[in-house]
Design a protein around this ligand. Sequence first.
Ligand SMILES: C[S@@+](CC[C@H](N)C(=O)[O-])C[C@H]1O[C@@H](n2cnc3c(N)ncnc32)[C@H](O)[C@@H]1O
Length: 247
Amino acid sequence: MGKLKDFENQRAGRLIEFNGQKYKLISVPYNLSLDEINFLKQISNLFDKKDFFINAGEDRIEIYLNRINLDEFIKKTELILEGNERRKALFEKILEGIDSIKSYGLKSGQRVYVDYDKERKVKSRKEKERERGKYFYALNHNFENKNNDLPKEFENKIICGDSEKILKAFPDNCIDLIFTSPPYNFGLDYENHRDAMSWENYFEKLFKIFDECIRVLKFGGKDSCKCSALVFGLYSDSSYNFQFFHE
Ligand SMILES: C[S@@+](CC[C@H](N)C(=O)[O-])C[C@H]1O[C@@H](n2cnc3c(N)ncnc32)[C@H](O)[C@@H]1O
């Protein structure tokens, strides 16, 4: 065995470091036969030790998990079960062990058990806010902060049509949450929408609809827009977009 470092009190599984690599360690009590120990070695050898390995003792199995593609794991392992019922039961136990760790990230089809949430943490939040500015609302906004009720005729309805026209019938500040997924202008084949406009026309229409969204959104309400990184980053002139949101 190599060098092992134990980190106590990890929320989701026991985090350890082995030979300089971090793993979640799952320990499953199990009385293993020689055939089973051999079977576990075969499974373990299917993967890069940096990602995943199994250490089989006489009375327990230790599963070291850094990252794993579970579908691939199941497919590869099924090939060496050889219809053996004891191997099958053992395999189930291992799957159960892996599945007991509920906290993981997903990357290229792999479950990532270690440090998957690291890059998302914001460090020195206050300092960064100071550097880039802090906007809860657009710059120098003059939004009305009195909210209105949603007219009864719009309650519990699915209304189909052009959002720009439909939203015009709504009063100001009457919607709590807007969730929108506008077209990306990639050239997709929609029945009633031409998804290949000039960028100028595309943004002109989009911003007219966003203007309506902002108008009908309650003061303190939330607007969530699912949009393409390409639309808002690469293809378009991004200053155009940022200008809109700041205004
Ligand atoms: C990116 S897709 C969103 C698909 C949607 N999330 C779904 O699961 O069906 C964009 C959709 O917006 C629709 N669309 C385009 N212009 C619109 C407009 N002015 N008002 C309302 N919907 C519009 C398109 O027809 C398309 O269905």
